[in-house]
Design a protein around this ligand. Structure first.
Ligand SMILES: [Zn+2]
Length: 131
């Protein structure tokens, strides 16, 4: 049995939660890739003055720095809204990126619309879709 299967069995049995795992091992590589991709694609803030995400990698534990924590929460909300785990979320993002290659405006519109309509998320603004 793979470690992932053991963890899934323990979760199913109610012995541990995602939060327990996160507390011990931190976010998975799939989750981190997904957060990086979503930030890259969706963050509409100015990266010199408004968003520190791109500058936080100077910290040893940059996944605990403010902008990384904020984007981890956004991605967690996104994954639970669509009932996806880290792997499926990353696969969904990869699929979305492929579609973006052919239908960029439609996909970016839908994703930013999703993020901008989340509660308590009023700082984000929709990107310019024209041009
Ligand atoms: Zn940003």
């Amino acid at each position: 049995m793979e470690l992932r299967e053991v963890l899934e069995a323990l979760k199913k049995a109610g012995k541990i939660t995602d939060e327990d795992i996160m507390e011990i091992v931190g976010p998975s590589n799939e989750f981190k890739q997904l957060v990086d991709a979503m930030h890259l694609l969706l963050c509409t803030k100015n990266h010199d003055t408004e968003c520190s995400y791109d500058h936080e990698d100077v910290f040893e534990k940059y996944w605990e720095a403010p902008a990384h924590v904020e984007w981890c929460e956004k991605v967690n909300d996104f994954l639970s809204a669509f009932k996806l785990d880290d792997r499926k979320g990353l696969a969904a993002m990869a699929a979305a990126l492929q579609i973006i290659g052919s239908q960029p405006r439609a996909v970016i519109y839908l994703i930013t619309k999703y993020f901008n309509e989340r509660p308590n998320d009023d700082q984000d603004q929709a990107p310019e879709l024209g041009g």
